[in-house]
Design a binder for this molecule. Sequence first.
Ligand code: HEM
Length: 522
Amino acid sequence: MFLAYQAYRAFVYPYFVSPLRDLPGPKDHHFFVGQTIHQFTSGHPEEPFRSWMRKWPEVPLIRYFGFANSDAVLINSLQGYKEVLHTKCYSFVRTTGFRRLIQDIIGIGLVFAEGENHRRQRRALGGMTSLILNLALTQLGLFIVSNIKSYLPMFKEKAAGLAREFEKAIAHNGGLIEEQQADTSPVKDAYSRVTLDVIGIFALGMELKNLDTPTEFVQCYQIVFDPPRSGQILAAINMILPIRWLPFPKANRAFVEANARLREMIGQITQQRIDEMLAGKKDSYVQKYDAPNKDLLTYMIEEKYLAAKDKWTKEDLVEQVMNFVATGHETTASALTWATYALGVHHDITRRLRAEALELLKRSPDPSFTDIENLPYLNNFVRESLRIYCPVNGIPRLAIEDVVIAGTHIPKGTTVIPMPSVISFNPTIWGEDAEEFNPDRWDKLSGLATDPYAWAAFGHGPRSCIGKALAMLNFKTIIMELVTSFDFDAVNKGKVEVVNPAGQLRPQGGMWMKVTKAAETK
Ligand code: HEM
């Protein structure tokens, strides 16, 4: 009976019964596995989705076949974005494949909480997006701008440390700061180290000091985020069939061990903090940046672990911390990597950013948060960089009830994919030059491009990125530091090969970049 039902779902339902069968979409799927092989062999996690969008740019929903011919829908309209990510957000949950791809790495905290549990966690973490002022992304608590901006001195200090790293590379390697070494790469590696240091202070209240000497944290994250080809193939298979328990190949063992070690280290830090707080040593954590709020771990222990009701266990705390450390550093490191690539290709853009920043530094040698926020070209550059090179590839969802999206009835059990780059590259929204890198477009947005849902680098609605303010200020501070010190020249100015499958946009084998001291610096 069970087998007969499965056969019906795979071979009868999708072709003759599904209410989605008349939606436009690709018909070149393979027997039983749908589009899975195309996705894993396309060389880019966002292809072939982008190619479908190019073929049907005006169609709100594009239907394709997932594994076992399951129904899947690519969201291709702003209305669809608004409904899936925002107004009907809780009609969906994370998909199993997405969980299997990244849950081991990033923990089962906020990112994987669902429904009422998600609402509660988000409220507890002080990052509840106001549903009234929804699009303004007003958030309460640790993640609000007034708290984040108090970390500006720390962002500047870390950015200066990064510049020193690049100077060392210029002195030692003649400015070629990318080397192909055991699948790791110093530019991306330097960005991972600096962003890990930042999140260490924000989330753990600790100086991890990875910029000085890479710690075991960095090494473990390199193993889990930058696996060799065999590890990437394993990750692809694991999305469909859980195989992480296998003791082979070596890449699988390394992945499992690195994850276990990360949990162990974060567990130790958490336990130590709990012990200190129970012993009344409330000042043992770093507060040197004069932030109005505590670090996230301390905050969670006070608010949830030591709370009278609705308590979190130590294991809950560890998973939350895993979430923030992983999501908080690798996304920003990826954004910086691709922004540097843009600087290395578009030298005129680097010069304009430099001129704007130097002019500010002349007026205000220690610029404030408002000074930085008011740099129009930097703001345009950062948004354009995140539009063209969105670090988060896709944010797949599974419908847990029947729901109407963009006027179409979507049955329970359908996978829907909002993919920021699909909406960013759509010419009906962003114009015929949608795929071109052009920061100036932000000065003359018109038509659908002015819709808030047209730019989805941080998602939208109740599940939008809680760390947006932190990421943006950190990103801007580092770009300012880099353009006022260096010129970049991308070794590969053509198409950059990327890791696939991956939850993030990551260059395969590093981003090779020639860096020289700028003629005019601060
Ligand atoms: C450039 C940097 C970043 C980008 C592009 C980015 C992007 C995103 C996106 C697109 C989502 C929404 C996923 C969805 O709708 O399911 C998200 C969620 C999230 N982000 Fe970020 N992020 C960045 C930086 C950060 C930082 C710095 C932190 C932590 C301090 C962070 C923590 C999170 C968390 C915890 C979630 C899950 C929110 C929830 O499910 O309620 N992110 N991020």
